[in-house]
Design a protein around this ligand. Structure first.
Ligand SMILES: Nc1ncnc2c1ncn2[C@@H]1O[C@H](COP(=O)(O)OP(=O)(O)OP(=O)(O)O)[C@@H](O)[C@H]1O
Length: 268
């Protein structure tokens, strides 16, 4: 099977050669196949965001290789990668333009990867499409096409950000703790929506989370990162019936460490 993303021996070293040298990623190897929805979990400073930044091209890669659809993108710019890789951040303010309306934001998303120029005007012909897409979110946003996004709640904004990130069917979608800033109920709504968008469009996704329950409940494969290394990699069949306690045991056996990070939401 042709992979979507292949990471080979990826290292990231910050402030190399100084007293503050921090070897964060220590030889990450990872192959992501089409349609996989991977959840990645790990304690503070494990290197999750660094890994996402390396994939997105927000961080240069000096050691290791990254291939997207069999093409070496290790040296490709973040802008070029953004045509195929979309990303949703934790902060709902980062994904949308708050002074623009819902439909203007969607029009921007339709132009992803193109020169946006000054042509922000929403084409009338796009409105039925936007309405239909917004309807799938089930949040009544199809009635708010001309509302400024800044007036919407965090959950509504994250839902729109998700829609924008998937509107042009990216090869890979990166979700960077995208529900962590939301209250538990809204977080669940946005997570369910995420799952629906990913499965309906058969997208390939990579989601960082601090929440072990979310990591187990959603996605088709689970990865644990510890001190810059992948220590646990659980495929779909095994993940289905796994409990949090079993996951913690697996982590302990593989890393030789205990999961003591209180930032990991255990909910046991
Ligand atoms: N641009 C940078 N310059 C220097 N150090 C950095 C940079 N980005 C991250 N780091 C350091 O790399 C380490 C890993 O950080 P990273 O954000 O990847 O971890 P994480 O697993 O996402 O943690 P968290 O769950 O706390 O967000 C940390 O020690 C962090 O301080």
């Amino acid at each position: 099977m042709k992979s979507v993303l292949e990471i080979e021996n990826l290292h990231q070293i910050f402030e190399e050669g100084t007293v503050n040298e921090n070897h964060v990623l220590k030889g990450v190897d990872l192959t992501i196949n089409p349609g996989e929805f991977i959840t990645i979990i790990g304690g503070n400073g494990a290197g999750k965001s660094t890994l996402l930044n390396s994939i997105a091209g927000a961080l240069p890669t000096k050691i290791g290789k990254i291939r997207l659809n069999n093409k070496d993108i290790t040296k490709q710019s973040i802008i070029k990668r953004a045509k195929s890789i979309s990303r949703v951040f934790q902060d709902p303010k980062l994904g949308t333009a708050v002074r623009l309306t819902v439909e203007e934001n969607l029009a921007l998303a339709l132009k992803r990867g193109q020169n946006r120029g000054f042509g922000l005007a929403v084409k009338f012909s796009n409105r039925p499409f936007f309405k239909e897409q917004l309807k799938t979110l089930n949040l009544g946003l199809e009635k708010r096409l001309t509302t400024e996004v800044g007036l919407l709640s965090g959950g509504q904004r994250q839902a729109i950000t998700l829609l924008m990130a998937t509107l042009q069917r990216p090869d890979l979608i990166l979700l960077d703790e995208h529900t962590a800033a939301l209250d538990p109920k809204t977080s669940k709504t946005v997570m369910d929506l995420t799952e629906k968008l990913i499965f309906d469009q058969q997208l390939t996704a990579f989601m960082v989370t601090h929440d072990m329950e979310n990591a187990l409940q959603y996605g088709t494969r689970l990865i644990m990162l510890h001190q810059g290394r992948i220590v646990v990699d659980i495929p779909a069949e095994k993940k289905k019936n796994l409990t949090i306690n079993q996951l913690m045991d697996l982590f302990q056996q593989s890393s030789g460490d205990e999961l003591k990070d209180d930032q990991l939401l255990l909910n046991t």
